[in-house]
Design a protein around this ligand. Structure first.
Ligand code: 4NP
Length: 156
């Protein structure tokens, strides 16, 4: 089983969107049983909340599920629970690096690192930009690239 954790700041806009989009990509590739997906935030303001209404709206438009998702904070134990920790932007990476000890050699990258010629390296935060469409398009591209990478790497 391969385990992916998406990380953003609040865990209500981008990382739950990535979690849902990634599950959809995996289901379409017939890989739902081989890869587990979750998400978390580095900040604790929204613990227990459902995804933001802008994220829910765009996922509804694409028939992608966010059922049961509740915001949570990244935990120390996540370093043991996941094989891939995938951040939305450089600030998330910096925050994660603060939480990581030298012993925790989990693969950490930005989602757009999996896109060959990305329009942007950081996924803009729609909590501030209000543009959930742009974020969705980038996340979809990123998740497609990430799953392509995982398929190659793990011979799936
Ligand atoms: P996210 O967006 O990191 O994509 O979930 C944010 C949501 C909430 C806040 C910041 C970013 N906030 O400051 O409350």
């Amino acid at each position: 089983m391969i385990r992916i954790l998406f990380v953003c700041l609040g865990n209500i806009c981008r990382s739950p969107m990535a979690e849902s989009v990634c599950r959809d990509v995996l289901a379409k590739e017939g890989l739902a049983e081989q890869v587990v997906v979750d998400s978390a935030g580095t900040g604790d303001w929204h613990i227990g909340e459902s995804p933001h209404k802008g994220t829910r709206h765009i996922l509804d438009q694409h028939n992608m599920s966010y059922e049961g998702m509740q915001a949570r904070v990244f935990a120390e134990s996540d370093w043991e629970q996941f094989d891939y920790v995938i951040a939305m932007d450089a600030k998330n990476i910096a925050d994660l690096e603060q939480l990581r000890s030298a012993l925790q050699n989990v693969f950490v990258a930005r989602l757009m690192d999996f896109v060959k010629t990305p329009k942007k390296h950081d996924i803009p935060d729609p909590y501030f930009t209000g543009d959930f469409n742009e974020t969705f398009e980038l996340i979809h591209e990123g998740c497609t690239g990430l799953i392509r990478h995982i398929k190659d790497k793990h011979d799936l």
